[in-house]
Design a protein around this ligand. Structure first.
Ligand code: RIB
Length: 368
């Protein structure tokens, strides 16, 4: 069976479903269907995938095969909030990858609460899950390292691992926030509100860094150009309350709002509608995630797209290949999708392609 060596890493690894999809020029979901539900795939496509499987010598994950022998067939995932469509789509990506090897998913929300996270980590370990995917609820990953020390492999999701022994899959949120702010600056905005969550969340810290860096790079003083609106929860009600607060403030009103995620942006749009503020004419709005509802709103939402399904799939794929060399740490670069909430003449297609940096070790230049 041919094996592959990660570029620049010199390690050997088995061809993965993602490798098959790339060679065949199809999605990983299509490969999954060819393996599990071939009748759902058109003949020519099925042949292309089978040829790629043959050429790469892909075989289903041996460790998963062992799992199917009745040992352990469950993978646990502790995400921040499965009521957020961002994580729902991620969970679907995880599930689709596990289905390739007839494995099942056990899902929980930490609600950004370290104690709740710790309880689920204990429950999943007691349940004897084969592996664990987790979005850390706060800065520390010590509890997750402790789980891995018990022999349960862990992969971080939506979080760049600060240590080489933990695999991880994330998005470069500093760049993502920079895409949003650059777009608003290009539209002529010079005073921008920023709805952001607690600094205990890595996503909020990185997105704020991206905002501040981009304003500075464009010669603007963040203290002048930025109006920060802090929220405790990253949901629609918190976004609406933040916008109500902004509209009650005296002084010159910002002409744009950048929101840390699409749920808060949904609340901001609702509040602007209730106050009769036209979007984008008097207030442009940009969100983050590009969840499914973003394009369906009365005023479709400009958003920084995260590859949600691929994040979930890739994290599960890394987990199922754990033990075969140093854990991988993948960082995707997000893309900006411009729609009517920020541009009267939107191009509703990504302006920047999706890319990923895959390394067995740490990402070159990536902050520890
Ligand atoms: O969980 C809060 C946010 O962080 C989500 O909406 C998504 O953007 C994640 O990265």
């Amino acid at each position: 069976m041919p094996t592959q060596t990660d570029a620049g890493a010199g390690r050997v690894r088995r061809p993965s479903v993602t490798d098959v999809a790339r060679l065949a020029g199809v999605s990983v979901g299509t490969v999954s269907n060819v393996l599990n539900r071939p009748d759902r795939v058109a003949g020519a496509t099925r042949e292309r995938v089978l040829a790629a499987i043959e050429e790469l010598g892909f075989v289903r994950n041996a460790s998963a095969r062992q799992l199917r022998s009745g040992e352990i067939t469950t993978i646990g995932a502790v995400l921040l909030d499965i009521a957020n469509p961002f994580f729902t789509e991620i969970a679907r990506g995880i599930e689709d990858r596990l289905a390739v090897d007839d494995l099942t998913l056990m899902l929980a929300s930490s609600d950004e609460n370290p104690d709740r996270e710790a309880r689920y980590l204990r429950l999943f370990a007691e349940h004897g899950v084969r592996g664990l995917l987790a979005t850390p609820s706060h800065g520390s990953i010590d509890a997750l390292l402790a789980v891995q020390d018990k022999g349960i492999p862990v992969v971080l999701l939506d979080h760049v691992s600060p240590v080489p022994e933990l695999g991880s899959v994330a998005v470069d949120d500093v760049t993502g926030a920079g895409l949003a702010i650059t777009h608003l600056l290009e539209q002529g905005h010079r005073r921008i509100a920023f709805v952001n969550g607690p600094m205990t969340l890595r996503q909020c810290v990185d997105r704020r860094d991206g905002v501040v860096q981009t304003l500075t790079e464009h010669g603007l003083d963040p203290a002048e150009a930025l109006v920060e609106l802090g929220v405790d929860n990253l949901n629609a009600d918190a976004g609406a309350a933040a916008l109500d607060d902004l509209l009650d403030r005296p002084g010159p009103r910002p002409t744009a709002v950048f929101c840390v995620n699409d749920l808060t942006a949904l609340g901001v749009l609702r509040a602007l509608r209730e106050h009769g503020v036209p979007v984008p004419e008097e207030m442009a709005v940009v969100g983050y995630d590009d969840v499914s509802f973003a394009s369906m709103l009365t005023t479709p939402l400009t958003s920084v797209r995260q590859p949600m399904h691929t994040l979930g799939w890739t994290a599960a794929d890394i987990l199922l290949r754990s033990g075969a060399g140093e854990p991988e740490q993948v960082v995707f670069t997000p893309e900006l999708v411009v729609r009517a909430s920020s541009d009267p003449a939107p191009e509703a297609r990504p302006r920047f392609g999706l890319a990923a940096t895959r390394r067995g070790g740490r990402i070159a230049g990536w902050p520890r």
